[in-house]
Design a binder for this molecule. Sequence first.
Ligand code: GRF
Length: 215
Amino acid sequence: MKNIVIIISGRGSNLQALLNASLECRVRTVISSRADAAGLVFAKEKGIPCSVVSPHDHPDRASFDAALALEIDRHDPDFVVLAGFMRILTEAFVMRYLGRLINIHPSLLPAYPGMHTHAKALQDGVKIHGCTVHFVTPDLDHGPIIIQAAVPVLSRDTEQTLGERVLREEHRIYPQAVRWLCTGKVRLDENGKVIHDGIRTEDSSLISPSLEDIT
Ligand code: GRF
């Protein structure tokens, strides 16, 4: 069975979705960059060992990332899962875990990398928005994509209602992505492409607003 380490910074709803799912892996530890992260409470309740690696204890990004890597490596994980980790990682850190480091982002990448993705989607008037699980590469929020979920954007949406609709899908696709990784159905190949092995692809589509029924 594979081992994973989950890294958070805050609320931890994706962490909860992962811990509540029956993943075919062992969650060795949860590491947070903030001592007051709500996600830590839930992880401790689940009996998962937790630790904090705070950027405030380190003079720069490189030394913070080195301390984080040291803590991760103590647990010898097969995969490192970023779940709402709010720090930009150095290239050295990312390359150390290339092909083993994944992230979830609240947009249909490559649209809307960075922050405030729901506000930007509303501003642009897009009709479909969503979330993405991807391998992390040095190019921020642009790594090879494992899975995406799309949701409609409604005319009455606010940043909050749209964010909630996207978050519900995050909680579905992140456990799926981790399960695929841990069972060897998804991997990053030597050319930086995601290989999906034995995964069903469906011919469903999301059209938003819906087509009129003209029968
Ligand atoms: C999620 O929207 C995730 O996509 C993004 O940060 C947020 C974290 O939320 N990377 P939570 O801490 O998992 O509730």
